[in-house]
Every structure is written in structure tokens, then in C-alpha cells.
Write a protein that binds this ligand. Sequence first.
Ligand SMILES: [Zn+2]
Ligand SMILES: [Zn+2]
Length: 344
Amino acid sequence: MTVIAAVLQAPRRLELLARPAPLARRGEAVVRIAATAVCHTDLEIYTGRHPGVRLPVVMGHEATGVVEAIGEGVERLSPGQPVLLNPIIACGDCDACARGHGNLCRNAGLFGREMDGSLAEQVVLPERYLYPLPKHVPLAAATLIETLATVRHAQLRARIASGESVVVLGQGVAGLLHTQLAGLSGARPVVAVSRSAGKLELARRRGADRVVNAAREDVVAAVMDATAGRGADVVVESAGDPGLITPAIEMLAPGGRLLVYGISHRPVPEFTTFPLYFKELTIHGSRALTPDDVPPAIDLVASGAVAVEELITASYPLERVAAAFQEYERAADSVLRLVIVPGR
Ligand SMILES: [Zn+2]
Ligand SMILES: [Zn+2]
């Protein structure tokens, strides 16, 4: 028996290939993929901009599916169970894993980047990477839970607290979720910043107290105005634009925290360490998610607290995955998430 997988053979060259159907060994489950959401990480891999990725590879790390078969010793899952995949694969043996930081594992990596991922009809994974989903959560929308879990992980690192002022720079999928989660944590005001009026409207619907159009307004001045001249307690950089780091530091209040969620390989212009000293600032990095972040993120979506369906711009059958990536590259700024759905 074979299954279809979308193999990235070279940058911008995706081919649908038949491969032997995966088998569940001890402790593993085969999952029939229901949907995979494609994010900026995939776009970087697809275009060849992501350093260190070895091709060919099957991309796809934000995925849901239904358990097809289980191996010996699998206890929590049975065939027919809808699941969310945790794509952060950890070796379990290195010093980072030993400290409980599997997201920082020295040896493993991301399902769909360091190893073949979910742009396929079926995958196989150890049981611990599969999280049962309530039956009422639509599986295409549930692919967004992975991103929500990484956003939650980042906000826990920055310890966003009730009554603090939070600025979110960039209102893509992650930025919108940052805006909403900050509000759910009781942050006030939550200031959403974007160059897109459409995304700012989405941010408003997710609870932003103030929206700032960076194409028309001076963002630092707007944040000072929104915080009665004090500056923000927390700034979340979610645009991945190194040009925003220095203004982000400028708009922080004394004792403030900068959460660098969007990432870039480019240097930060005009960066000096003086404000770190003078305002005693903290800069937080954040990588992926830990297993502890997943069940609360599932609950946020399953309970309706965070609506994710409107974050899906379009959905494509797996047969048209190449067209989906072409469209994503063409319209990377306006597309939120594209979802790829195997057809059979
Ligand atoms: Zn992703
Ligand atoms: Zn490890």
C-alpha cells in the first residue's frame, strides 16, 4: 500500500510522490492527516531561504488528523481518535531535554523540516507527540492550535500580567493571537500595530484596545499616547522585522520586557545597549512550544475563547500544494494561513 506525499525536491519544486504507507512500531501511531496549515517557516523552506534544511523533505508541521492504526504499547489512543500533532521532536537524552526543555533539544528538531512532515496522506509518530482533540473541533481550524501554543509559550516567558500595557508589533496569525491572548491575560491597554488596515480590523475584533496603522502613524508616539506617556510594560515583536527592535526598545517603560517572537537573520539597525541599562530592560527569546503548552491551547480553541477559523485564508487539496505555495509566496503579506487537505 502506498500514500501520497508532497516532496520538496529543490527550492520551489514540489512533487507528489507515492511512498510506502507508514507502519506503527511499538509506542507509535499512524495518523491519517486531515489538514496541514502552512506558515512562514514553510515558506522559508520552500524558497530555500531557511538555512540548514536538507532537501528533499516533506514539509508540514501544523497538522491534525485521525488515528489510523496503533502499535503495541499505545495506551491513550485508538483508531478513529482525532488528534493534534506536536511537531517539536526531542531526543530525550541531551542536557536541554534533561532540564525539560525539549523545545531546545540539541539533537532533534521540527517535524516537517529536520524530518519528513505532514504534507502527506499519512504519517507515523510516537504516541507522546499526539494530543486527542475534542470531536466538535473542526480539524482544519484545529491546525492553528500549534501556533497558538507557541504564542502562549512566548507570553508565559514574558510573564504578561493583568493590568500591564502590551504592544504587539505585526498582526499576522501569530500577532493576532498575541493580541488576543494578552487581552485574555488581563493586559490593558493592548495596542495592536500593523501596516494593514484589514489586519487591524481583525485585531480590534480580537480585543485590541487601540490599533495603530504603522503606514500612517508614528508608532512610538502612538504607544506613548496610549500609555499616558509611560511607555509599554511589554512589547511583542511579531513581525520578524529587525528594523522594529530599536523602536520597540524606545517605546518600553522603565523595567519593561521585549518579547522577540518574530525572528530574522538580519542584523538589528541602530541597536545600542544603553537603554537596556538605563531602563533595566529584559529581552526574551522564545522557541516553539513545550508539551505543557499544548493542552491549554487546545482548551482555548475547544471552549470557543479563541476563534481560529477566520485565520484560514484558503484551503487547497494536497494535489494542488504547488499552487498553494505559489500563491503564498505571491501574497505573503495578505495571506493568513493556507490549509492543505489530503483528498482521499
Ligand atoms: Zn509554523
Ligand atoms: Zn534532546
